[in-house]
Design a protein around this ligand. Structure first.
Ligand code: ADP
Ligand code: MG
Length: 403
């Protein structure tokens, strides 16, 4: 996928509406609110430095959390502006709204090199329904959209597809990097290409698995997603977490993900691809923990991590790969007892001299706990958008950015 790059447009001295990927929550430390994480801010520094060099006026737009059209104090962009100022070593002004006469006046007074952070756009209901008048107001007084909101690019909102309808738009460097890396996985990965899927919910991942089956050589499955595949092979899983999603809440009809897992296994066989499901598991009844191999899991016991044999198998396959993509932890890593599976595969990926790509909020957390984010070639900072991209869908906010 080739995108319109920053240097494809003449941005010199222009007023830029910069769509940032700053959907970052806050946490309280000793009674003081702080950003939960600044990776997404760091990721935008190179684009902002480029725009400063071009003498632009920069107006930053993002949404934060789910305030549902109301003003929620903890979801303001004030801390985002503050952290950006520190990281960029440049003043960042903040205004408590994102549209309206006060905002327009402030923008009209801006000089080259000024940066202004707008308030959380989700304080308006119009944002989530991509209201066209609202999108137009967001574009007042600006010349270009520079789009770095990759984690939100699968959404049709006023601050994504809306603003792109009203202004010429180009991709920022952070978005470009995400798209280049993920396109490489789909278009020309170096083989052997191993995909590792874990985590809690198969519903988020099924489309990506189906698409990646066509390009990957092997798919390793762990986490609660593996439980669905084990069930598809006829295993009893006791009280393990198996995702239930109502397709019809009134009739209480549930979607049976086990059928999807069976289809994926069949499809893999017909494509000559390997899907590897853990041969041993760590199970617990909440008090004791044990390793099982072929035995059934009794009621009251849950599968909570892959076992040591599976760790060895997975690590061997990883070490023979040239490209590895990981989304989802291998176990309930929040509990120390169940982080060994994730730790083992992260070590194998770290030791690999190939492309190692990691995606997902909880997966990033597990890397932080068990190792170092710098040990991998690419950390995708998007969750849903990354999985939709890998499932082969064209994300709506990317369409206007395609060259
Ligand atoms: P990501 O955010 O990286 O995409 P997910 O949200 O899909 O990852 O999955 C992360 C969650 O999956 C974690 O909270 C973890 O505890 C949970 N999980 C992993 N394995 C299991 C398991 N066997 N049983 C229950 N929960 C699990
Ligand atoms: Mg998650």
């Amino acid at each position: 996928m080739k995108l319109k790059t920053l240097d494809s447009a003449n941005l010199q001295g222009k007023t830029i509406l910069y769509r940032a990927p700053y959907d970052i929550g806050v946490k309280e430390i000793n009674g003081v609110l702080e950003l939960a994480d600044d990776m997404r801010i760091k990721a935008t520094i190179s684009t902002l430095e480029y725009l400063l060099k071009e003498n632009c006026k920069i107006i930053i737009l993002t949404y934060v959390g789910r305030p549902d059209g109301r003003v929620v104090e903890n979801l303001r962009t004030t801390l985002h502006a503050k952290r950006l100022g520190e990281l960029l070593n440049h003043p960042v002004m903040k205004i408590d709204d994102c549209i309206g006469p006060l905002v327009d006046e402030k923008i009209s007074q801006m000089k080259s090199g000024d940066i202004l952070m707008l308030e959380n756009v989700r304080f308006y209901n119009e944002e989530m329904i991509d209201d066209d008048d609202f999108a137009k107001k967001l574009c007042n007084g600006k010349d270009f959209v520079v789009f770095d909101g990759f984690p939100q690019a699968h959404r049709m909102h006023a601050s994504t597809t809306g603003i792109e309808r009203h202004l010429p738009s180009v991709a920022g460097l952070y978005l470009q990097d995400e798209v280049d890396t993920l396109s490489l996985l789909l278009e020309k990965p170096e083989h052997p290409f191993t995909v590792i899927i874990g985590g809690a919910k198969i519903s988020d991942k099924v489309d990506a698995i189906n698409n990646l089956l066509h390009v990957a050589d092997t798919i390793l499955v762990g986490g609660a997603v593996a439980s669905v595949f084990l069930k598809a092979q006829g295993r009893e899983l006791g009280s393990s977490f198996i995702e239930d999603v109502f397709v019809d809440k009134v009739k209480r009809e549930k979607k049976d993900w086990v059928e999807d897992a069976k289809d994926i296994l069949k499809q893999a066989e017909s494509l000559g691809k390997k899907i590897i499901i853990p041969k041993d598991l760590l199970i617990s009844d909440g008090i004791s923990v044990k390793i099982i191999t072929r035995e059934e899991i009794p009621l009251g016991w849950m599968a909570l991590d892959i076992g040591p044999e599976s760790q060895k198998d997975f690590s061997n396959i990883i070490s023979q790969s040239k490209t590895v993509f990981l989304n989802g932890p291998m176990g309930k890593f929040e509990d120390e007892k169940f982080k060994e599976g994730s730790k083992a595969i992260l070590l194998a990926m770290k030791n690999l001299k190939g492309q190692t790509i990691i995606a997902g909020g909880d997966t990033i957390d597990v890397v932080r706990r068990c190792g170092n984010l710098e040990d991998y070639s690419h950390i995708s900072l998007a969750g849903g958008a990354t999985l939709e991209f890998l499932s082969g869908k064209v994300l709506p906010a990317l369409i206007p950015l395609i060259e």
